[in-house]
Design a protein around this ligand. Structure first.
Ligand code: SF4
Length: 75
């Protein structure tokens, strides 16, 4: 299994103040999916590229996205 070359981070979503702007889905589609019925984003997976996740968190107008860095394991 190849070692991940990019820093990984864990994402969590608090949608209480979400405006359904979909910025997170556009910026980091590998982690954030879009629920058409509820018109809210959801987490496809809890982990993703840290840079993309931090960008999504920075663009979220309501600070719904929390990003936690994960330590890379060395073989
Ligand atoms: S960027 Fe923030 S406010 Fe916009 S859809 Fe995603 S979680 Fe909701």
């Amino acid at each position: 299994m190849p070692a991940p070359s990019l820093p990984l981070a864990e994402a969590s979503l608090d949608l209480e103040h979400c405006t359904s702007c979909q910025a997170c889905v556009e910026l980091c589609p590998e982690v954030f999916g879009w629920d058409e019925d509820q018109e809210l984003p959801y987490l496809k997976t809890s982990q993703g590229n840290e840079e993309d996740l931090r960008k999504a968190a920075a663009y979220c107008p309501k600070d719904c996205i929390q990003v936690t860095s994960l330590q890379r394991k060395t073989p």
